[in-house]
Design a protein around this ligand. Structure first.
Ligand SMILES: [Zn+2]
Length: 397
């Protein structure tokens, strides 16, 4: 019989209990869960089925033959909760790891993508190369949905002929997935990180971290499988090129010729040349000079930042309107010879210019009435940390 116990615990305490025989005191049944109504917990139980040791019928010493050969997966389990002030769980001393314990089976991303068992659980180790939203606040991260783009060595070094496999994979972390402070801190930072995803759910073309999925910054001490060192990437991360199969919420690389500028959304603003603060005050009494509240000084030569979206003609998507929201770096290089001293530029001077390869996040895809792709140029998490550019305006999906 399987059961789930709900307790008020820190994640580190819960991890100490993993694989151990424990005694439970002061529990009450919260719910009788059936496979039909509570699929989530049964997808987890299925990873532990059949049991690691042969089942015995109570009262008999010999394993029951019938149970050994026909093991229908359980259809019923109990969910327990601790009674206030009474509930307690303690590790029983003695055997360090229970022989009932089944360590997670680690798989590489290629194997996970090639399996067709949707709705089943999987465990893997992967490098996070991009994340949305990129929030600096742990509190905000805790309450929201997070999209992680991950990869591993098996996707990065896939055969050229194997076009069905993507080079990166989307992992959707729902608010139901409990993240410990260590993982939250890593996600709030800008350095790349490798995460062990334990018992994530396989979904159509993506992975979902929901209830009962555990994210760890390290490989667990006990695990079996092939993906152990798959995060050691052979070189810089490469992305799939934009093509007709590129899905929304994925990342891709794009190259093309500028055929238009979205003038309705183009704007520029001055930032402090010393600290990068974009909220400068303009002082009328000082003949319109800018001052920076962060540096407490007059900014005599502010740097001009821009918001610019361009339309590209892409050879990989000939019949499609491809719109890209560019990063500052790309905007500067595009306008290097086009902008005049006051910051203005002629739209026609940027037309026909080649851009790319740009790493982009696919924000939107429409096929009706015309085929359009909305891309946002992104900076992948890299060893040097993401650029300060991301902090210029809040990003959401
Ligand atoms: Zn400043």
């Amino acid at each position: 019989m399987f059961g789930e116990v709900h307790l008020e615990f820190t994640m580190s305490k819960a991890r100490q209990l993993e694989g151990k025989c424990c005694s439970l005191v002061g529990m009450k049944v919260l719910q009788k869960a059936t496979r039909g109504r509570t699929a989530g917990i049964f997808s987890l139980i299925d990873t532990l089925w059949p049991p690691a040791v042969t089942l015995k019928t109570p009262g008999r010493d010999q394993p029951c033959e019938e149970i050994k050969t026909h093991l229908p997966p359980p259809v019923l389990c109990y969910i327990f909760t601790a009674q206030p002030c009474l509930g307690q769980i303690d590790i029983i001393d003695g055997d360090p790891i229970s022989n009932l314990y089944q360590p997670p089976v680690t798989r590489c991303l290629r194997d996970i993508l090639q399996m067709n068992d949707l709705g089943t659980r999987c465990s893997f180790y992967a490098r996070v190369i991009y994340q949305r939203p990129q929030l600096k606040s742990l509190l905000l991260l805790e309450q929201r949905e997070i999209w992680l783009l991950v990869t591993d060595v098996t996707l990065q070094t896939k055969e050229e002929s194997d076009t069905r496999l993507p080079k990166t994979l989307l992992v959707y972390v729902t608010p139901l997935c409990v993240l410990d402070s260590e993982v939250l801190e890593a996600l709030a930072g800008t350095a790349p990180h490798s995460i062990f995803f334990k018992d994530a759910l396989r979904d159509q073309g993506r992975i979902v971290c929901a209830e009962r999925t555990v994210l760890l910054l390290q490989e667990p001490l006990l695990s079996v499988g092939s993906g152990v060192s798959s995060c050691e990437l052979p070189g810089p991360v490469t992305l799939d090129s934009l093509d007709s199969a590129t899905p929304v919420n994925s990342i891709c690389s794009v190259q093309g010729t500028v055929v238009g500028v979205d003038e309705s959304t183009a704007f520029s603003w001055p930032v402090c040349d010393r600290c990068g603060n974009g909220r400068l005050e303009q002082r009328l009494e000082d003949r319109g000079a800018f001052s920076c509240g962060d540096c407490s000084r007059v900014v005599t030569s502010p740097v001009l930042k821009r918001h610019l979206q361009v339309f590209l003609d892409c050879r990989s998507r000939p019949q499609c309107r491809v719109k890209v929201k560019l990063l500052q770096r790309s905007i500067s290089s595009l306008l290097r010879f086009a902008a005049s001293e006051d910051g203005s530029y002629e739209v026609k001077s940027v037309l026909g210019k080649e851009v790319g390869l740009l790493n982009c996040f696919v924000q939107s895809l429409t096929t009706h009435p015309t085929s359009c792709i909305g891309l946002e140029e992104i900076e992948l998490l890299s060893a040097g940390g993401a650029s300060a550019e991301h902090q210029q305006w809040p990003q959401g999906l």
